[in-house]
Design a protein around this ligand. Structure first.
Ligand SMILES: N[C@@H](CCC(=O)N[C@@H](CS)C(=O)NCC(=O)O)C(=O)O
Length: 215
């Protein structure tokens, strides 16, 4: 049985979360590393959106949303119960947190990251807006080790790549900021085996059309 194909870009937070979902579900795929400035025709033929990640299943169907890829994998095998299948109330908290991350927070994150392209306000303004979400996370992490309790859920893995980006915009600011719980939580994820595996470097697919087993 051939493996599904995953078009991915190492540094994309959406692709990171998809790779983590696949890894945590122990779902092997053939990884094709791309560059956003030179997208392979095969990837665009599969998904016209032109975003990564894109997963092509063996039956030819395509999943081109990172969260859908995580869910597809974890619905088949979720040894750590990241989807919290027996707890609809936690599930709706997970969905709500991820929706805020991908919606409002991501909007401010992009403006903070590229403040020079958004001269209406200074960088600090965009950071301040993004901090509303950080405040919510800090409060949650003040009462438990993970966002939804004592164990990680889909929300932790889906959200931390974006907090990592936020922290990287101005590391000095982040390190002295009043977010000690987020700092610990982020460090824990960044130092995890899962993260170091998903951040392994692969040669570009377009260089020699070689996919790599990702498992
Ligand atoms: N909603 C999509 C967003 C994916 C996305 O926007 N990925 C970015 C890279 S981080 C991308 O591919 N952008 C296209 C481009 O820059 O050309 C998902 O969750 O998969």
């Amino acid at each position: 049985m051939p493996h599904p194909i995953l078009y991915s870009f190492r540094r994309c937070p959406y692709a990171m979360r998809a790779r983590m979902g696949l890894l945590l579900a122990k779902r092997s795929v053939m990884l094709r590393e791309i560059l956003l400035k030179n997208k392979p025709a095969d990837m665009l033929a599969a998904s016209k959106k032109g975003t990564v990640p894109v997963l092509i299943l063996n039956d030819g169907s395509v999943i081109d949303e990172s969260l859908d890829i995580m869910q597809w994998a974890l619905q088949q095998n979720d040894p750590a119960n990241l989807l919290c299948i027996d707890n609809p109330s936690i599930q709706s908290d997970i969905d709500a947190l991820i929706a805020t991350c991908d919606g409002e927070f991501k909007g401010w994150l992009d403006k903070y990251k590229y403040a020079d392209r958004h001269p209406d306000f200074p960088e600090e303004y965009y950071r301040q807006q993004g901090m509303h979400f950080l405040n919510v996370l800090e409060e949650r992490l003040s009462t438990s080790n993970y966002l939804l309790g004592t164990a990680p859920t889909l929300a932790d893995y889906a959200i931390f790549p974006f907090i990592r980006q936020f922290a990287h915009v101005d590391r000095q600011w982040f390190e002295q900021s009043s977010y000690p719980k987020i700092q610990d939580w982020l460090t824990k994820h960044l130092e995890s085996d899962v993260f170091s595996k998903v951040m392994a470097k692969y040669p570009l697919w377009l260089d020699n059309h070689e996919s790599f087993l990702f498992e």
